[in-house]
Design a protein around this ligand. Structure first.
Ligand code: ZN
Length: 426
């Protein structure tokens, strides 16, 4: 007998209007997943968890309305979620003025899971623990070690200590790791980076050994893109296609296509910072010439500022300092940042022409001078984006939702998305 969840799903499929767009996704027959009851059960459970997470507190009747599942199916699934501690009932025992029992709203149980996020950068690494509602409960910072094995062992011991201090969670879901360079997700290895001198490090194996927890890794720009898709509820809540441009010591991007992170054939997608803007330009750290990174990264802004005749602070100047100088009205710092914004605009416009995202998000220290940066990038996009003009396209440009370490939020989101994303069928 088909269970209630699959009956509800089938009814919904029958009654739904034909899709506005033809499907194009080819089934993956090398690891085919037919839509059996267990898959449908997972799909429906996760759809409900997502509705709860976004609309809570919410009644079963409202969940039924939003999901299109019938009330009996919603009752069955929420019953299971209550039993498994994923959700809790709120406000039990109240009555309405006419004496009837009001619907009992439901909400996510934030203590169902604890999630660890580890944001590794060339200089500083941050370890954080969050609950299932993405609220931070602990945060620690370390100087990134030169010896990856010893460093990851030390972090593993810290994770074990934090677990002992925070026993309130039903379960620890895993550790998400953001890394500043190329990663190979299937083998769980960090391959290389132009900013961090680690080479071919089995991060998943070593950290997994040290913590006995599932470990997920990804590149920092892609982590930040993932965080934008999962957490930026107010600004662009239901965007499916997003381009994230991470501006730090280097320049990298994260591309989200139809709600999924695009990783590419060998998992290195997003390195648009090493697309040459000028074949006769200076040599880049990657070996190519005239890369976008050389004109629009923080390193480029710092070098530009230091070369200016009226620069007031040359030695040891950082991007953070330059942004402070911009805020205080310093003309040289302002011009250096504005020049970087022009190059950001040129590169972003090319990517928008190729990828057609619904929104472009820029992250990094430079976004603290957004009042100077945004108009210049936007002007470049208006001037050179294809199909712009009377009634033409207008693609929103935003700064990152997260002021501090978007990649840390992304590391945590690697674990969270594993718990809430809906599996592909086929
Ligand atoms: Zn390069």
């Amino acid at each position: 007998m088909p269970n209630a969840a699959s009956r509800g799903f089938t009814q919904r499929m029958r009654s739904a209007a034909p899709p506005r767009q033809a499907y194009t996704r080819k089934p993956n027959l090398s690891e085919v997943k037919a839509a059996g009851h267990d898959v449908l059960r997972t799909v429906n459970r996760r759809i409900l968890l997502n509705i709860l997470s976004e609309r809570q507190p919410i009644s079963r009747a409202d969940i039924a309305k939003i999901s299109g599942l019938n009330k009996a199916t919603v009752s069955t699934i929420t019953g299971e979620l209550l039993r498994d501690n994923f959700i809790v009932e709120e406000g039990l025992g109240r009555t309405t003025p006419i004496g009837g029992k009001p619907p009992t709203p439901l909400r996510i149980n934030e203590l169902r899971y604890g999630l660890f996020g580890l944001d590794i950068r060339a200089d500083e690494t941050i370890l954080a623990l969050s609950d299932f509602q993405s609220r931070l409960v602990a945060r620690k910072s370390y100087e990134t070690g030169a010896d990856p094995r010893a460093f990851l062992r030390e972090i593993g011991a810290e994770i074990t200590r934090l677990r002992a201090e925070h026993r309130q969670f039903v379960e620890i879901a895993g550790v998400g790791v953001s890394l500043p360079g190329l990663v190979d997700n299937p083998s769980g290895r960090f391959i290389s980076s132009v900013v961090l001198p680690w080479r071919d490090v089995p991060v998943v194996a070593w950290l997994g050994e040290a913590t006995r927890l599932p470990v997920h890794i990804d590149n920092s720009a892609r982590c930040a893109a993932l965080a934008e898709i999962w957490h930026s509820k107010a600004a662009y809540a239901h965007v499916r296609n997003l381009l994230y441009v991470s501006v730090s010591s280097g320049l990298a991007c994260g591309v989200v296509i139809d709600g999924s992170l695009y990783r590419g054939g060998t998992n290195t997608a997003g390195q648009f910072g090493h697309v040459p803007l000028d074949m006769n330009g200076p040599e880049c750290r990657c070996g190519l010439r005239g890369c976008w990174d050389l004109y629009a990264s923080d390193n480029a802004t710092v070098a530009r500022y230091r070369a200016m005749p009226d620069a007031t602070a040359r030695r040891g100047v950082t991007m953070r300092r330059i942004v402070e100088l911009v805020e205080s009205g310093d003309p040289a710092a302002t011009e250096a940042v504005r020049e970087t914004a022009r190059y950001l605009g040129i590169g972003i416009t090319g990517l928008v022409n190729g990828l057609d995202p619904e929104v472009v998000v820029v992250g990094g220290e430079i976004t603290k001078a957004w009042g100077h940066v945004e108009p210049i990038i936007a002007q470049e996009m208006r001037r050179n984006m294809l199909g712009v003009g009377e009634g033409g396209r207008d693609i929103p440009l935003r700064r990152s939702t997260f002021d501090v370490r978007p990649s840390l939020k992304g590391a945590l989101t690697l674990v969270l998305s594993g718990l809430l994303s809906v599996p592909h069928v086929g």
